[in-house]
Design a protein around this ligand. Structure first.
Ligand SMILES: NC(=O)c1ccc[n+]([C@@H]2O[C@H](COP(=O)([O-])OP(=O)(O)OC[C@H]3O[C@@H](n4cnc5c(N)ncnc54)[C@H](O)[C@@H]3O)[C@@H](O)[C@H]2O)c1
Length: 336
């Protein structure tokens, strides 16, 4: 069994999840972690994994791959340096906030013949995977409408939001990618309404979006940074032959019924719990494709497509109008 030595940048919320999965993966040796603000107690729990400064980690020739789990506005430099150092890269979403820089990363990937997987983990969730499969097998027929509800349990900190690129690049980007994953078609137009209901940050915390897809389907995405009853993640595809949907995930499936009402638990709290298996599955996928010399199953092209939609969403919010994705494709000379 081929084993890979891996290094991790960023040991915050998502970094800790990836580190745990890397430590438990039979094909991985987690050689080093790097984070200027690392929690020393956490480092002590990583038996055999050492701390390295950025350059030391990148210059370690034994390390074949790196996981980038740092704030979104730091990804670009790390990806570039890692690809130039001949490391395979897994980078959390969004890989970068500026589309010109994403296109530059695409060019570097071509020059270095590099490997870059992006952390669109929801593709690896069992429910969404099954919905995509049923849709592709024609079980609901031609798609008429898609409805995605994606609401966080509680908002992230102001500092996090400020480095995140805003709600469309940070949060909705998962849903833009989910539309592409499930429908295998692209967003052509988008209209967004957005406001602040639960935070007083500069960025909106709530958005309702209507999207027109290239296969003719209509989609609605609802995002909010706070749902007091738990992490609200639901999806429905409605087609000419039927509908397929999934509800929220719960710790158990018990419902209490009595003379007054019916009761069940709230949904799982957050992405850490709800998507726990998807992070393991995306790691398996990374290892399998990398070890077998295959391309990543989700990478630079998916990042470009979802970023285009995020840019159009921001413009629609600002101009209160329907925005065509083609406008941005032309501006960035994509698909010419
Ligand atoms: N796929 C998902 O479900 C998911 C969920 C949460 C976050 N994310 C993404 O993961 C990234 C990190 O988010 P988070 O919530 O873990 O943030 P976080 O703030 O909890 O953690 C970021 C960590 O990176 C460290 N760091 C900052 N600059 C660094 C650098 N140059 N080198 C090494 N370490 C550095 C910080 O000290 C911190 O420990 C973001 O891009 C976010 O969009 C993805």
């Amino acid at each position: 069994m081929r084993q890979i030595r891996i290094g991790v940048f960023g040991t915050g919320r998502i970094g800790k999840i990836h580190i745990k999965n890397l430590l438990n993966h039979p094909q991985v040796i987690l050689k080093a972690v790097s984070d200027p603000f690392i929690d020393k107690d956490f480092l002590c729990t990583l038996n055999g994994t050492v701390y390295k400064e950025k350059d030391e980690l990148l210059q370690d020739n034994e390390i074949e791959a790196v996981f980038i789990c740092t704030p979104s506005d730091t990804h670009y430099e790390l990806i570039k340096e890692a690809l130039r150092a001949k490391k395979a890269v897994f980078c959390e979403k969004p890989i970068e906030l500026d589309l010109n820089r994403i296109l530059e990363i695409k060019q570097i990937l071509k020059e270095t013949q590099g490997f870059l997987q992006v952390g669109f983990n929801r593709r690896f969730d069992a429910n969404f995977h099954q919905i995509a499969k049923l849709v592709s097998e024609g079980e609901v027929g031609d798609i008429i409408q898609i409805h995605i509800i994606s609401r966080d349990f509680s908002p992230p900190s102001k500092a996090y939001v400020e480095s995140s690129g805003g709600i469309f690049l940070d949060m909705s980007i998962h849903d833009f990618d989910m539309l592409a994953f499930i429908t295998k078609s692209q967003v052509e137009e988008i209209f967004v309404s957005g406001r602040n209901f639960v935070t007083d940050y500069d960025d909106i915390d709530t958005a309702t979006m209507t999207l027109h897809l290239s296969n003719g389907a209509l989609a609605v995405i609802e995002n909010c940074r706070q749902a007091v009853y738990g992490y609200d993640q639901r999806l429905e595809v409605f087609g000419k032959k039927g509908r397929v949907f999934c509800e929220n995930k719960y710790e158990n499936s018990v419902t209490l019924c009595n003379s007054r009402n019916q009761n069940r638990q709230n949904p799982l709290d957050f992405f850490l719990e709800r998507y726990i298996d998807s992070y393991k599955n995306e790691l398996d996928d990374f290892i399998t494709n990398f070890c077998n010399g295959k391309k990543p199953s989700v990478g630079i092209e998916e990042s470009i497509q979802s970023t285009l939609v995020a840019l159009a969403a921001a413009k629609s919010l600002q101009t209160k109008s329907l925005v065509c994705i083609d406008e941005f494709k032309k501006q960035y000379k994509i698909g010419e």
